[in-house]
Structure formats: structure tokens, C-alpha cells
Design a protein around this ligand. Structure first.
Ligand code: PLP
Length: 421
């Protein structure tokens, strides 16, 4: 598509946007009485108007029914998580039996590693991306130590080539082959939180399996942002959170995927009563019999209040459709990239470190500020009503989200940004 740098052009794209009505379904924070330019859905997605209704319905059932809400509520609490399966399966490219909403992201990462990281003297290494999100680093290192091993000799971190900001799939695959028989687990992000790079899940998974390792992904920045095919790609496990692109509210319930080939219930795990077979969960007998599929990794009963906001949001994704969202996302981010390149063609002020190929990114563009006043620029745009985010040491991340951001948002942002340089 040919883009133009004008407000009129941005508005013409908005008029033609088949998803434009979804913006009205979200509450956009105000700045001086007008909607702010919110480009931070990669950090905390906006509140769907329907979230309040869904929450109030559960509060009402609690008030009216007390404990009987578990069975007689309008959405019986005992089975509430079933309602999230179909929409989650669509978003993740999985079967409903392969996905479950549960716990928090880092908790789920630990649960999955307990199952899929079982080091032996021959096969004990974990391969991951250098500069992974802090929580993932802490989780992985602590898991390694729990097994009595030393992260320095156990954890392989793949770095970018000198002077580059993103990884080459071929470098990842080569490293996997190099460590081959010693590799127990390949654990990667789906979309890198800092650079915005969308990794090639299929190739990474195939390379890991070829050397006999398990392969898992942290999809915190991928779920609800990029098309995923976890089942077809053969990924062993994945985890994600729901408060970023999935718009389910601060600290809301996270999710996990385990591939159907591990469904039988043979794999060791941490167990709890909600993972026990549903048909006799309440017999409270000795002897854990796991639910088949990922449901067998559940520990606790479902947190209905955060789950209600999650369900409200997932239904919006279903209404919009994964394909239509991706189509708009590619256009919207393409427009952002075009405008940013237009105002600083020779990269005097900044460098865009996110891959240029739309297949290798989601909606986020990471702007590496070339001068020391990068943080000053960030503060200026914030004072002008832009909500974006700053990542140490020198990156401004902006993420136009196809569900609620407009081409006009993108145009206005770049206009204010260029005036702040
Ligand atoms: C946001 C994010 C987290 C946050 O973890 P929580 O357990 O949800 O607090 C962890 N890892 C990655 C990659 C993230 O993007």
C-alpha cells in the first residue's frame, strides 16, 4: 500500500477500516478532556466496556446465590474456564483441549518448566535469547539452581550479531545444533519485548525437536498480537499473560498451552485439585488422576472475577476475527514505520530496531534514540498526551493496537514526536 503523510490521508484509512467500530468498545484514557494517544497496549491493554458488565454479573450472582453460584450462576463458576477455551484456541492456533486460562504468567512458566525441564547428566542445557524479560531470566536461573546446576554452564543465551538488534533464525538454529545432545530445553519469547522481533516459532521448534529437546515459548507479547499456530508448529508448551494485548485487566489471569501429544497424563508435574479429573474432583479421594490435556496442569479453582474480564475481552477478539486484526495491524504498523522513516530519513535522531519485514514483527515498533536526550523526548511526548513506554537504556516502544487504535492516532503521534525531537 502507498502511504501519505497527512491527517486527511490517515482519516481516509480510518473511514475504510472494517474494524473501526471496535474502538468504541474500549475506554480510552483522557488527556485534557480528550482521548489520549494510547500506544501502550503492549504493556497494559485498554479496558473493554463489556468488562464492567461481566464483572458486575458475577458480583450479582455472588450476592444472590453465595456458594450456589458454582452450579447455578448464569455462567456456573465450576466450569467458567471452559468458556475461555474456544476463543483462546483460535488466538493461539491450538485445540481447545490444548489451552487453559490459569494462574499468572511467571507461575505458569515455572509449572511448565517443572514438567519440561528434567535435566540428566547428559542432557541438561537450556537455550534462550539473551536479554529476555527479567522475570523469565529469574525463573529459568532459579529452575536450574533447583536442580543443583550452575546457570553459567547450563544456560546458553543467543545474542545478536555485533551492531545488530535482532536475531537471525539461522543463528538460533545453528546454536541449537551445536549444543544438540546436551540440550534439554529451548525456551524463547514469541515476540521479543524490547525489539519487537517476532521469532520463527516453527523453525525453532523443528530445530529443537531434531536434537531431541523440548521447545517452549513465552508468548506475553505475542498472544493477541500476531497469528500463532502452536498446534501445527508442534510447540511442546507455551505460556502468556492476558493484560497486555489481551486487554483483560491489570494482573489478570494468564494462560498455558501443552501440545496434544503430551495429553495422556504421563508427564510429571506439580498437581492440585483443579487438575484432577473433573468427574470425580469432589470425591476428594487419595490418588491424583490428571484431566487429559493441559487442564491436568491446573492447580486451583478458577478466579472468576479476573476471568470475567478475560472472557469479556476474548469475546471481542472472536467478534473481530484473528485474520482481520492481523490485516489491520500490518497496515497500521506499516503506516507508523512509514511516517517515522519520513521525518528522519537519515536516522539522525533515532533508529527503528524492530524488523522491517511485517512477518517478523507484531504491532510494536521500538525506537532506539541515538542521542542522550532520548528520555527527554519521551517526557515531552508524555506531556503532550501520548502514552507510550520507555525501556532502559534508550528505547521508546510504541504499539498501535488494531482493536482500538486508529490511523489518526498514529499520524498524531508521529507529528507530536517529530516536534519533540
Ligand atoms: C509482561 C511479561 C512478564 C510478566 O510476568 P507476570 O508473571 O505476568 O508478572 C514476563 N515475561 C515476559 C516476556 C513479559 O513480557
Amino acid at each position: 500500500m502507498k502511504y501519505l503523510s497527512s491527517l486527511a490521508f490517515a482519516r481516509s484509512l480510518d473511514r475504510k477500516d472494517p474494524l473501526r467500530k471496535f474502538r468504541q468498545q474500549f475506554l480510552i484514557p483522557k488527556f485534557n478532556g480528550k482521548p489520549s494517544i494510547y500506544l501502550c497496549g503492549n504493556s497494559l491493554g485498554l479496558e473493554p466496556r463489556s468488562a464492567r458488565k461481566y464483572l458486575l454479573e458475577e458480583l450479582k450472582d455472588w450476592a444472590d446465590l453465595g456458594v450456589e453460584g458454582h452450579v447455578h450462576g448464569r455462567r456456573p463458576w465450576l466450569y467458567y474456564h471452559h468458556l475461555t477455551k474456544k476463543p483462546l484456541a483460535q488466538l493461539l492456533g491450538a485445540k481447545p483441549s490444548e489451552v487453559v486460562a490459569m494462574n499468572q504468567l511467571t507461575v505458569n512458566l515455572h509449572l511448565m518448566m517443572t514438567t519440561f525441564y528434567r535435566p540428566t547428566p547428559q542432557r541438561f542445557k537450556i537455550l534462550t535469547e539473551a536479554g529476555a524479560f527479567s522475570s523469565d531470566q529469574y525463573a529459568v536461573e532459579s529452575q536450574i539452581r533447583l536442580h543443583g546446576l550452575d546457570p553459567a554452564s547450563t544456560l546458553i543465551e543467543i545474542s545478536t550479531r555485533p551492531g545488530e538488534h535482532t536475531l537471525h533464525t539461522e543463528d538460533i538454529v545453528t546454536a541449537i545444533r551445536d549444543h544438540g545432545p546436551q540440550l534439554a530445553l529451548v525456551l524463547f519469547g514469541g515476540v521479543q519485548y524490547y525489539s519487537g522481533q517476532f521469532f520463527d516459532l516453527k523453525s525453532i521448534t523443528a530445530a529443537g525437536h531434531a536434537v531431541g529437546a523440548f521447545v517452549g515459548f513465552d508468548l506475553a507479547h505475542a498472544a493477541g498480537n500476531v497469528p500463532l499456530n502452536l498446534h501445527k508448529d508442534g510447540v511442546d508448551f507455551a505460556v502468556w499473560c492476558s493484560y497486555k494485548y489481551l486487554n483483560s485487566g491489570p494482573g489478570s489471569i494468564a494462560g498455558a498451552f501443552v501440545h496434544e501429544r503430551h495429553a495422556s497424563g504421563q508427564l510429571p508435574r506439580m498437581a492440585g485439585w483443579w487438575g484432577h479429573h473433573e468427574k470425580d474432583r469432589f470425591k476428594m479421594r487419595k490418588g491424583f488422576i490428571p484431566m487429559p490435556g493441559v487442564d491436568g496442569w491446573q492447580l486451583s479453582n478458577f478466579p472468576v472475577l479476573s476471568g470475567a474480564a478475560h472472557l469479556a475481552s476474548l469475546e471481542i477478539f472472536q467478534a473481530a476475527g484473528v485474520r482481520a486484526l492481523r490485516r489491520k495491524s500490518v497496515q497500521l504498523t506499516g503506516y507508523l514505520e512509514y511516517l517515522l522513516n519520513d521525518i528522519d530519513a537519515d536516522h539522525r535522531y533515532y533508529t527503528l530496531i524492530t524488523p522491517r519485514n511485517p512477518d517478523e514483527r507484531g504491532c510494536q515498533i521500538s525506537i532506539l534514540m541515538n542521542h542522550r536526550n532520548g528520555h527527554g523526548v519521551f517526557k515531552k511526548i508524555t506531556r503532550l498526551g501520548v502514552i507510550a513506554d520507555w525501556r532502559e537504556p534508550d528505547v521508546i516502544r510504541v504499539a498501535p493496537v488494531p482493536l482500538y487504535n486508529s490511523f489518526e492516532d498514529v499520524f498524531r503521534f508521529v507529528d507530536l514526536f517529530s516536534k519533540s525531537l
